[in-house]
Design a protein around this ligand. Structure first.
Ligand code: AMP
Ligand code: FE
Ligand code: FE
Ligand code: ZN
Length: 283
């Protein structure tokens, strides 16, 4: 049985490849299915599904919504959503408005200090995309102010650095509800990525489960083998379905390839089938 990749970003958010380019690459790499999961937008999902139909690759329409647990950022993945569902639009519009407000402030601070990053230019260069810090990082790179996107985060944009500003996150329950209302199932993204203390991590997993999340990412591109084993044990302990994906962003995260991370990701197709079966049960 083949493998799948259930966590992929496109130009609809902060990836550098279009949905059609992602589909072509996944097909070339021999994956059996992928999910398009852009940050806070479903705009890449429809084009991805259409490209998948044309190319003969199964594409799951998805999303990755930023939410808060006790004021800390967490990410909730949604699979099998209807990207056009009317319930999704107001929630995502709210997120984008909050992002816009923050983007304007960060761009103004950079501009003031001579790092000219124009939000207007970013919007022009990334039409329709949900703009975030990665786009500013790329602008800093293009302007010759840093040597890499990573350096832009390390020196300017990461939390605690001079040009970081917080955003307002959706309450966890609202993120899960909007995914379910749009016909999807909710899954916890990269729980070990944030570096939470173990007690906090467990409280967080219990809370997302109580909110309606039915799975969690146990295979993820940056996990060490120890983290993968720990994530698997947590999924079993909390009775959550195992899922996995690369979090591919194209050239924005050059170390991450579709279907692979530091080693092979090997997310079995059977895990996708189990997610779909759960979705069918919930309908
Ligand atoms: P934002 O949603 O605007 O707060 O930006 C967060 C996004 O920036 C994450 O989803 C990552 O894709 C990206 N990101 C965060 N930290 C880094 C980093 N150190 N290097 C490259 N990309 C990063
Ligand atoms: Fe991202
Ligand atoms: Fe994420
Ligand atoms: Zn992601």
């Amino acid at each position: 049985m083949g493998t799948v990749d259930l966590h992929i970003h496109t130009t609809a958010s902060d990836g550098t490849m279009t949905p059609a380019e992602v589909v072509a690459l996944a097909k070339e790499l021999g994956l059996e299915a992928i999910a398009i999961t852009d940050h806070d937008t479903a705009a890449g999902a429809g084009p991805g599904v259409a490209a998948g139909l044309a190319a003969g690759l199964e594409v799951i329409p998805g999303i990755e919504i930023s939410a808060a647990f006790r004021e800390r950022e967490i990410h909730i993945l949604g699979y099998f959503i209807d990207p056009e569902d009317a319930a999704l639009a107001p929630v995502l519009d709210w997120v984008v408005q909050d992002r816009d407000r923050r983007n304007e402030q960060i761009a103004a601070m950079l501009e003031r200090d001579g790092y000219g990053v124009s939000l207007e230019a970013l919007k022009r260069e990334n039409p329709g995309a949900v703009i975030g810090r990665p786009h500013m990082a790329r602008a800093l790179l293009a302007g010759g102010h840093v040597q890499s996107v990573g350096e832009a985060f390390d020196r300017f944009l990461a939390e605690g650095k001079p040009y970081f500003l917080p955003r307002t996150f959706l309450p966890l329950q609202q993120a899960v509800d909007s995914i379910q209302t749009a016909g999807g199932i909710a899954v916890l993204a990269h729980p070990l990525w944030w570096g939470f203390e173990d007690d906090f991590l467990r409280d967080m997993i219990a809370a997302v489960k109580a909110a309606g999340v039915i799975g969690m990412e146990v295979r993820y591109s940056t996990y060490t083998p120890e983290q993968t084993a720990y994530a698997m044990a947590l999924a079993e302990e909390f009775d959550l379905l195992p899922t996995g994906g690369s979090d591919f962003h194209g050239a924005a995260k050059p170390d991450i390839q579709i279907g692979a991370g530091m080693g092979d990701l090997n997310v079995p197709r059977a895990w996708l089938d189990s997610l779909r079966a759960r979705r069918d049960d919930m309908r």
